[in-house]
Design a protein around this ligand. Structure first.
Ligand SMILES: [Zn+2]
Length: 422
Protein backbone atom coordinates (compact mmCIF):
# COMPACT_ATOMS: atom_id res chain seq x y z
CA UNK A 1 0.00 0.00 0.00
CA UNK A 2 1.00 3.63 0.08
CA UNK A 3 2.05 3.82 3.70
CA UNK A 4 5.66 4.73 4.27
CA UNK A 5 7.54 2.03 6.11
CA UNK A 6 8.16 2.99 9.72
CA UNK A 7 11.24 1.91 11.64
CA UNK A 8 10.65 0.14 14.96
CA UNK A 9 10.39 2.85 17.59
CA UNK A 10 13.52 3.33 19.66
CA UNK A 11 11.47 4.10 22.72
CA UNK A 12 10.21 0.53 22.99
CA UNK A 13 13.72 -0.84 22.84
CA UNK A 14 14.92 1.65 25.43
CA UNK A 15 12.01 0.67 27.61
CA UNK A 16 13.09 -2.93 27.49
CA UNK A 17 16.47 -2.08 28.99
CA UNK A 18 15.38 -0.50 32.24
CA UNK A 19 12.57 -0.88 34.77
CA UNK A 20 9.95 1.78 34.29
CA UNK A 21 8.05 3.58 37.00
CA UNK A 22 4.38 3.80 36.16
CA UNK A 23 1.60 4.79 38.53
CA UNK A 24 4.25 4.75 41.26
CA UNK A 25 4.90 1.04 40.72
CA UNK A 26 8.17 -0.34 39.42
CA UNK A 27 7.41 -2.67 36.54
CA UNK A 28 9.92 -5.36 35.68
CA UNK A 29 11.57 -5.01 32.28
CA UNK A 30 10.98 -7.79 29.74
CA UNK A 31 13.55 -10.52 30.33
CA UNK A 32 14.82 -10.62 26.76
CA UNK A 33 16.21 -7.07 26.98
CA UNK A 34 17.21 -5.51 23.68
CA UNK A 35 16.10 -8.61 21.80
CA UNK A 36 12.43 -7.81 22.41
CA UNK A 37 10.68 -7.54 19.07
CA UNK A 38 8.21 -4.65 19.11
CA UNK A 39 6.25 -6.38 16.39
CA UNK A 40 5.86 -9.71 18.22
CA UNK A 41 2.29 -10.51 19.31
CA UNK A 42 1.98 -9.81 23.05
CA UNK A 43 0.96 -12.77 25.21
CA UNK A 44 -2.58 -13.53 26.24
CA UNK A 45 -3.35 -12.55 29.83
CA UNK A 46 -6.51 -11.82 31.76
CA UNK A 47 -4.79 -10.37 34.85
CA UNK A 48 -5.50 -6.75 35.68
CA UNK A 49 -2.13 -5.09 36.24
CA UNK A 50 -0.73 -1.57 36.26
CA UNK A 51 1.42 -1.60 33.14
CA UNK A 52 2.85 1.51 31.47
CA UNK A 53 0.82 3.34 28.83
CA UNK A 54 3.09 6.33 28.25
CA UNK A 55 3.89 5.21 24.69
CA UNK A 56 0.33 6.05 23.68
CA UNK A 57 -0.73 9.55 22.66
CA UNK A 58 -2.41 11.43 25.52
CA UNK A 59 -4.81 14.33 25.20
CA UNK A 60 -2.20 17.09 25.23
CA UNK A 61 0.04 15.23 22.80
CA UNK A 62 -2.90 14.64 20.47
CA UNK A 63 -3.61 18.37 20.21
CA UNK A 64 0.07 19.04 19.51
CA UNK A 65 0.31 16.27 16.93
CA UNK A 66 -2.77 17.41 15.02
CA UNK A 67 -1.48 20.99 14.91
CA UNK A 68 1.91 19.75 13.73
CA UNK A 69 0.41 17.63 10.94
CA UNK A 70 -1.81 20.54 9.89
CA UNK A 71 1.25 22.81 9.75
CA UNK A 72 3.27 20.48 7.53
CA UNK A 73 0.30 19.54 5.34
CA UNK A 74 0.35 22.85 3.44
CA UNK A 75 -3.37 23.28 3.87
CA UNK A 76 -4.41 19.72 3.11
CA UNK A 77 -5.43 18.90 6.69
CA UNK A 78 -7.56 21.11 8.92
CA UNK A 79 -8.21 20.69 12.64
CA UNK A 80 -11.42 21.66 14.44
CA UNK A 81 -12.74 21.55 17.96
CA UNK A 82 -16.15 19.86 17.72
CA UNK A 83 -17.04 20.27 21.39
CA UNK A 84 -15.79 19.89 24.93
CA UNK A 85 -15.84 16.89 27.22
CA UNK A 86 -17.65 17.00 30.55
CA UNK A 87 -14.35 18.04 32.18
CA UNK A 88 -13.90 20.75 29.53
CA UNK A 89 -11.22 19.12 27.39
CA UNK A 90 -11.24 19.82 23.68
CA UNK A 91 -12.71 17.15 21.41
CA UNK A 92 -10.60 17.39 18.26
CA UNK A 93 -11.50 16.42 14.74
CA UNK A 94 -9.34 16.59 11.64
CA UNK A 95 -10.36 16.63 7.99
CA UNK A 96 -8.38 15.84 4.86
CA UNK A 97 -9.57 15.39 1.28
CA UNK A 98 -11.98 17.15 -1.06
CA UNK A 99 -14.03 14.23 -2.35
CA UNK A 100 -17.78 13.72 -2.22
CA UNK A 101 -17.65 10.44 -0.31
CA UNK A 102 -17.22 11.03 3.42
CA UNK A 103 -15.48 8.53 5.67
CA UNK A 104 -15.76 9.25 9.40
CA UNK A 105 -13.20 7.65 11.73
CA UNK A 106 -13.70 7.54 15.50
CA UNK A 107 -11.50 6.20 18.30
CA UNK A 108 -11.19 6.00 22.06
CA UNK A 109 -14.89 6.31 22.79
CA UNK A 110 -13.71 3.96 25.55
CA UNK A 111 -10.75 5.61 27.28
CA UNK A 112 -8.73 2.43 27.87
CA UNK A 113 -8.65 1.52 24.15
CA UNK A 114 -5.65 3.45 22.96
CA UNK A 115 -4.29 2.11 19.68
CA UNK A 116 -7.00 3.86 17.65
CA UNK A 117 -5.72 7.42 18.19
CA UNK A 118 -2.18 6.41 17.24
CA UNK A 119 -3.38 4.60 14.11
CA UNK A 120 -5.56 7.53 13.06
CA UNK A 121 -2.68 9.99 13.52
CA UNK A 122 -0.52 7.82 11.28
CA UNK A 123 -3.21 7.59 8.60
CA UNK A 124 -3.83 11.35 8.74
CA UNK A 125 -0.14 12.14 8.43
CA UNK A 126 0.19 9.81 5.45
CA UNK A 127 -2.81 11.39 3.74
CA UNK A 128 -1.78 14.96 4.55
CA UNK A 129 1.89 14.75 3.55
CA UNK A 130 2.24 11.99 0.94
CA UNK A 131 3.64 12.94 -2.46
CA UNK A 132 2.21 9.73 -3.98
CA UNK A 133 -0.13 10.67 -6.87
CA UNK A 134 -2.37 7.75 -5.88
CA UNK A 135 -3.02 9.45 -2.56
CA UNK A 136 -3.84 12.71 -4.32
CA UNK A 137 -6.24 10.86 -6.63
CA UNK A 138 -7.89 9.21 -3.64
CA UNK A 139 -8.32 12.53 -1.84
CA UNK A 140 -10.10 13.90 -4.91
CA UNK A 141 -12.76 11.25 -4.36
CA UNK A 142 -13.08 11.00 -0.58
CA UNK A 143 -13.04 13.28 2.45
CA UNK A 144 -11.69 11.70 5.62
CA UNK A 145 -12.90 13.18 8.89
CA UNK A 146 -11.42 11.77 12.09
CA UNK A 147 -12.14 12.09 15.79
CA UNK A 148 -9.09 10.36 17.28
CA UNK A 149 -10.02 10.59 20.98
CA UNK A 150 -13.72 11.13 21.64
CA UNK A 151 -13.62 10.24 25.35
CA UNK A 152 -10.69 12.43 26.33
CA UNK A 153 -11.72 12.45 30.02
CA UNK A 154 -11.85 8.66 30.25
CA UNK A 155 -8.59 8.49 28.30
CA UNK A 156 -6.82 10.65 30.87
CA UNK A 157 -8.11 8.30 33.60
CA UNK A 158 -7.24 5.28 31.42
CA UNK A 159 -10.70 3.81 31.88
CA UNK A 160 -13.67 2.82 29.75
CA UNK A 161 -16.29 5.33 30.96
CA UNK A 162 -16.26 9.11 30.84
CA UNK A 163 -16.09 11.40 33.90
CA UNK A 164 -19.61 12.66 34.52
CA UNK A 165 -22.15 12.27 37.31
CA UNK A 166 -25.89 11.83 37.10
CA UNK A 167 -26.20 15.24 38.79
CA UNK A 168 -24.30 16.72 35.82
CA UNK A 169 -26.84 15.14 33.47
CA UNK A 170 -29.83 16.47 35.42
CA UNK A 171 -28.26 19.93 35.46
CA UNK A 172 -28.23 19.83 31.64
CA UNK A 173 -31.60 18.10 31.29
CA UNK A 174 -33.80 19.17 34.25
CA UNK A 175 -36.71 17.13 32.88
CA UNK A 176 -34.78 13.99 33.94
CA UNK A 177 -34.81 14.90 37.67
CA UNK A 178 -37.60 12.42 38.56
CA UNK A 179 -36.15 9.62 36.40
CA UNK A 180 -33.73 6.87 37.49
CA UNK A 181 -30.19 7.15 36.08
CA UNK A 182 -29.65 5.70 32.62
CA UNK A 183 -28.70 2.02 32.61
CA UNK A 184 -25.28 2.81 31.11
CA UNK A 185 -24.30 4.93 34.14
CA UNK A 186 -21.41 3.05 35.77
CA UNK A 187 -21.24 3.23 39.59
CA UNK A 188 -19.28 0.10 40.46
CA UNK A 189 -15.78 -1.27 40.08
CA UNK A 190 -15.38 -2.29 36.45
CA UNK A 191 -12.19 -3.52 34.74
CA UNK A 192 -10.36 -2.63 37.97
CA UNK A 193 -11.53 1.00 37.83
CA UNK A 194 -13.45 2.62 40.69
CA UNK A 195 -16.64 4.23 39.43
CA UNK A 196 -18.14 4.16 42.95
CA UNK A 197 -16.24 7.30 43.90
CA UNK A 198 -15.91 8.65 40.36
CA UNK A 199 -18.87 7.56 38.23
CA UNK A 200 -19.21 7.86 34.49
CA UNK A 201 -21.07 6.65 31.43
CA UNK A 202 -20.40 4.07 28.77
CA UNK A 203 -20.55 6.50 25.86
CA UNK A 204 -21.00 3.74 23.31
CA UNK A 205 -24.51 3.12 24.62
CA UNK A 206 -25.60 6.78 24.46
CA UNK A 207 -26.68 6.98 20.79
CA UNK A 208 -30.11 7.09 19.20
CA UNK A 209 -30.99 6.52 15.55
CA UNK A 210 -33.29 9.54 15.74
CA UNK A 211 -30.48 12.04 15.72
CA UNK A 212 -32.65 14.87 17.04
CA UNK A 213 -33.88 12.81 20.00
CA UNK A 214 -34.47 14.84 23.18
CA UNK A 215 -34.06 12.96 26.51
CA UNK A 216 -37.44 11.90 27.87
CA UNK A 217 -37.79 10.71 31.52
CA UNK A 218 -40.32 8.09 30.39
CA UNK A 219 -37.54 6.31 28.43
CA UNK A 220 -35.25 5.84 31.44
CA UNK A 221 -33.42 3.83 32.64
CA UNK A 222 -33.58 1.93 29.32
CA UNK A 223 -31.70 -1.27 28.42
CA UNK A 224 -28.95 -2.34 26.09
CA UNK A 225 -31.53 -3.47 23.54
CA UNK A 226 -33.00 0.04 23.33
CA UNK A 227 -31.64 3.32 21.99
CA UNK A 228 -29.50 5.59 24.16
CA UNK A 229 -30.30 9.17 25.15
CA UNK A 230 -27.57 11.57 23.95
CA UNK A 231 -27.05 12.71 27.56
CA UNK A 232 -23.28 13.13 27.33
CA UNK A 233 -21.40 16.01 25.68
CA UNK A 234 -19.02 13.59 23.95
CA UNK A 235 -21.74 11.60 22.18
CA UNK A 236 -23.55 14.85 21.37
CA UNK A 237 -20.37 16.17 19.72
CA UNK A 238 -19.99 13.08 17.52
CA UNK A 239 -23.69 13.18 16.63
CA UNK A 240 -23.50 16.87 15.72
CA UNK A 241 -20.42 16.25 13.56
CA UNK A 242 -22.23 13.40 11.78
CA UNK A 243 -25.35 15.50 11.21
CA UNK A 244 -23.30 18.40 9.86
CA UNK A 245 -21.39 16.16 7.45
CA UNK A 246 -24.59 14.48 6.30
CA UNK A 247 -26.12 17.87 5.53
CA UNK A 248 -23.00 19.15 3.78
CA UNK A 249 -22.26 16.06 1.70
CA UNK A 250 -25.69 14.51 1.34
CA UNK A 251 -24.83 11.64 3.67
CA UNK A 252 -21.92 9.95 5.42
CA UNK A 253 -20.70 7.03 3.34
CA UNK A 254 -18.75 5.11 5.95
CA UNK A 255 -18.06 5.12 9.67
CA UNK A 256 -15.33 3.22 11.51
CA UNK A 257 -15.29 2.94 15.30
CA UNK A 258 -12.02 1.61 16.71
CA UNK A 259 -12.14 -0.40 19.95
CA UNK A 260 -10.19 -3.00 21.90
CA UNK A 261 -11.43 -6.32 23.28
CA UNK A 262 -10.01 -8.94 25.64
CA UNK A 263 -6.37 -10.01 25.36
CA UNK A 264 -7.12 -13.72 24.79
CA UNK A 265 -8.81 -13.95 21.40
CA UNK A 266 -7.70 -16.37 18.68
CA UNK A 267 -8.77 -17.44 15.19
CA UNK A 268 -10.99 -20.50 15.21
CA UNK A 269 -9.17 -22.02 12.22
CA UNK A 270 -5.47 -21.48 12.94
CA UNK A 271 -5.54 -20.82 16.70
CA UNK A 272 -3.32 -17.76 16.23
CA UNK A 273 -3.76 -14.83 18.65
CA UNK A 274 -5.45 -12.13 16.62
CA UNK A 275 -4.57 -8.50 15.96
CA UNK A 276 -7.86 -6.92 14.89
CA UNK A 277 -11.42 -8.25 14.75
CA UNK A 278 -13.94 -6.69 12.37
CA UNK A 279 -17.70 -6.51 12.73
CA UNK A 280 -20.93 -5.19 11.19
CA UNK A 281 -23.67 -3.58 13.33
CA UNK A 282 -25.30 -5.60 16.15
CA UNK A 283 -28.85 -5.29 14.80
CA UNK A 284 -30.89 -8.48 14.20
CA UNK A 285 -31.84 -8.96 10.54
CA UNK A 286 -35.48 -9.80 11.34
CA UNK A 287 -36.01 -6.46 13.04
CA UNK A 288 -35.73 -4.78 9.62
CA UNK A 289 -38.72 -6.74 8.31
CA UNK A 290 -42.26 -5.37 8.34
CA UNK A 291 -43.38 -4.90 11.92
CA UNK A 292 -39.80 -5.10 13.24
CA UNK A 293 -38.44 -2.31 15.41
CA UNK A 294 -35.99 -1.17 12.73
CA UNK A 295 -38.45 -1.41 9.81
CA UNK A 296 -38.61 2.38 9.53
CA UNK A 297 -34.83 2.77 9.30
CA UNK A 298 -32.14 2.11 6.71
CA UNK A 299 -30.69 -1.40 6.50
CA UNK A 300 -26.92 -1.06 6.14
CA UNK A 301 -26.01 -4.57 7.21
CA UNK A 302 -24.75 -5.82 3.83
CA UNK A 303 -22.93 -2.63 2.92
CA UNK A 304 -21.30 -2.77 6.35
CA UNK A 305 -20.22 -6.37 5.77
CA UNK A 306 -18.64 -5.27 2.48
CA UNK A 307 -16.58 -2.64 4.27
CA UNK A 308 -15.60 -5.09 7.02
CA UNK A 309 -14.31 -7.50 4.39
CA UNK A 310 -12.33 -4.66 2.80
CA UNK A 311 -10.66 -3.94 6.15
CA UNK A 312 -9.98 -7.65 6.68
CA UNK A 313 -8.27 -7.83 3.32
CA UNK A 314 -6.01 -4.92 4.18
CA UNK A 315 -5.04 -6.34 7.57
CA UNK A 316 -4.31 -9.80 6.17
CA UNK A 317 -2.39 -8.49 3.14
CA UNK A 318 -0.08 -6.56 5.48
CA UNK A 319 0.79 -9.77 7.32
CA UNK A 320 -1.36 -9.30 10.42
CA UNK A 321 -4.08 -11.52 11.86
CA UNK A 322 -7.70 -10.48 11.31
CA UNK A 323 -10.75 -12.30 12.61
CA UNK A 324 -14.50 -11.93 12.58
CA UNK A 325 -15.79 -10.52 15.90
CA UNK A 326 -18.13 -12.82 17.81
CA UNK A 327 -21.60 -11.87 16.60
CA UNK A 328 -24.71 -13.88 17.46
CA UNK A 329 -27.65 -13.19 15.10
CA UNK A 330 -29.78 -11.93 17.99
CA UNK A 331 -27.11 -9.45 19.13
CA UNK A 332 -29.00 -6.16 19.48
CA UNK A 333 -27.21 -2.99 20.65
CA UNK A 334 -28.89 -0.01 18.98
CA UNK A 335 -27.38 2.50 21.44
CA UNK A 336 -23.93 2.08 19.94
CA UNK A 337 -22.64 4.87 17.69
CA UNK A 338 -22.13 2.47 14.79
CA UNK A 339 -25.67 1.12 15.11
CA UNK A 340 -27.30 4.55 15.22
CA UNK A 341 -25.35 5.72 12.17
CA UNK A 342 -26.00 2.47 10.26
CA UNK A 343 -29.73 2.95 10.83
CA UNK A 344 -29.28 6.33 9.09
CA UNK A 345 -27.81 4.70 5.99
CA UNK A 346 -24.07 4.75 6.74
CA UNK A 347 -22.06 1.56 6.28
CA UNK A 348 -20.29 1.05 9.59
CA UNK A 349 -17.46 -1.16 10.75
CA UNK A 350 -16.18 -1.96 14.23
CA UNK A 351 -12.53 -2.76 14.86
CA UNK A 352 -11.76 -4.72 18.02
CA UNK A 353 -8.02 -4.72 18.62
CA UNK A 354 -6.77 -7.40 20.98
CA UNK A 355 -6.21 -6.36 24.62
CA UNK A 356 -7.20 -3.33 26.64
CA UNK A 357 -4.74 -1.31 28.72
CA UNK A 358 -5.68 -2.91 32.05
CA UNK A 359 -4.31 -6.24 30.80
CA UNK A 360 -1.75 -5.41 28.09
CA UNK A 361 -0.70 -1.85 28.92
CA UNK A 362 1.17 -0.62 25.87
CA UNK A 363 2.44 -4.08 24.92
CA UNK A 364 1.89 -4.68 21.23
CA UNK A 365 1.30 -1.01 20.51
CA UNK A 366 3.41 -0.84 17.36
CA UNK A 367 2.15 -4.13 15.96
CA UNK A 368 -1.50 -3.32 16.60
CA UNK A 369 -1.08 0.22 15.25
CA UNK A 370 0.34 -1.10 11.97
CA UNK A 371 -2.41 -3.72 11.66
CA UNK A 372 -5.07 -1.06 12.28
CA UNK A 373 -3.51 1.36 9.78
CA UNK A 374 -3.47 -1.40 7.16
CA UNK A 375 -7.19 -2.02 7.67
CA UNK A 376 -8.09 1.67 7.54
CA UNK A 377 -6.02 2.36 4.42
CA UNK A 378 -7.60 -0.52 2.49
CA UNK A 379 -11.06 0.70 3.45
CA UNK A 380 -10.29 4.23 2.29
CA UNK A 381 -8.91 2.94 -0.99
CA UNK A 382 -11.86 0.61 -1.62
CA UNK A 383 -14.38 3.36 -0.81
CA UNK A 384 -12.56 5.82 -3.08
CA UNK A 385 -12.48 3.45 -6.07
CA UNK A 386 -15.91 1.92 -5.52
CA UNK A 387 -14.30 -1.51 -5.15
CA UNK A 388 -16.09 -1.93 -1.82
CA UNK A 389 -19.41 -2.15 -3.67
CA UNK A 390 -18.18 -5.13 -5.70
CA UNK A 391 -17.39 -7.24 -2.62
CA UNK A 392 -19.86 -10.07 -2.04
CA UNK A 393 -21.31 -9.45 1.44
CA UNK A 394 -22.23 -13.15 1.73
CA UNK A 395 -18.54 -14.03 1.79
CA UNK A 396 -18.39 -12.45 5.25
CA UNK A 397 -19.60 -15.76 6.66
CA UNK A 398 -16.49 -17.47 5.26
CA UNK A 399 -14.10 -15.37 7.33
CA UNK A 400 -12.45 -17.01 10.34
CA UNK A 401 -14.42 -16.53 13.54
CA UNK A 402 -13.19 -15.57 17.03
CA UNK A 403 -12.53 -18.10 19.74
CA UNK A 404 -11.43 -17.51 23.31
CA UNK A 405 -7.78 -18.47 23.92
CA UNK A 406 -6.56 -19.84 27.25
CA UNK A 407 -3.89 -17.76 29.03
CA UNK A 408 -1.74 -20.91 29.25
CA UNK A 409 -2.16 -21.72 25.55
CA UNK A 410 -4.81 -23.56 23.55
CA UNK A 411 -8.36 -22.45 22.88
CA UNK A 412 -11.68 -22.94 24.58
CA UNK A 413 -14.38 -23.52 21.98
CA UNK A 414 -17.14 -23.24 24.58
CA UNK A 415 -16.10 -19.95 26.17
CA UNK A 416 -18.49 -17.05 26.08
CA UNK A 417 -17.23 -15.11 23.09
CA UNK A 418 -19.72 -12.33 23.47
CA UNK A 419 -17.99 -10.39 26.21
CA UNK A 420 -20.10 -7.36 25.29
CA UNK A 421 -17.27 -4.91 25.49
CA UNK A 422 -17.50 -3.18 22.12
ZN1 LIG B 1 -14.64 -0.29 23.29
Amino acid sequence: MWTRSVAPPRRILALALAPVAAFGIVVAAPAAGADVDPLAPPPCTTDIRALPITEFTDHRELGNELQRIAAVSEGRLTVSEIGRTNQDREIWSASVGTGEAVVLLNAEIHGNEKVGPDAILRVLENLATSADPRVAAMLDRITVVAVPKLNADGAELDRRGNDRTWADVVAEFPQLAPAPPAWNYIQRVQQGDDYVNRPGFDLNRDFHADLDYVPDPADLPGTGAEFGFFINPESQALRDLYVGLAEQYGGVDAFLDIHHQGACVARDDTGELIDVAVDYPPLPEWEFEEGGKYAGYENSQDSSRQLAISAWNGIEAAGYVPVRYGHAPERDLPGQARSAFALNGTRTVLFEIRGQTQTLGQAGRERFTRATVAGIERMLLDVSTGAVDRIDPRSYENLADSVQAEPGGGTDQDADQDADID
